[in-house]
Design a protein around this ligand. Structure first.
Ligand SMILES: [Zn+2]
Length: 66
């Protein structure tokens, strides 16, 4: 299932768009129902609710802890 990704304005971004980015979209859906937000390193997003980290791998964001 595709993880929804959002830009700085909270607007959903299609995967075909962000896969070519040099940077990282603003936030993405978290498995806990919250939203992981870009922080720390450019290619990682962290969920403030559960602490899960997501990293861009091969064009999609995957959870890298928990
Ligand atoms: Zn979460």
């Amino acid at each position: 299932m595709e993880r929804q990704v959002y830009d700085h304005w909270g607007v959903p971004i299609k995967r075909d768009y962000y896969r070519g980015y040099l940077g990282t979209p603003h936030s993405c859906e978290c498995d806990c129902g919250g939203r992981a937000v870009k922080e720390l390193e450019d290619k990682k997003m962290k969920c403030p609710d559960c602490g899960s980290l997501y990293e861009l791998r091969v064009g999609r964001f995957e959870k890298i802890n928990h």
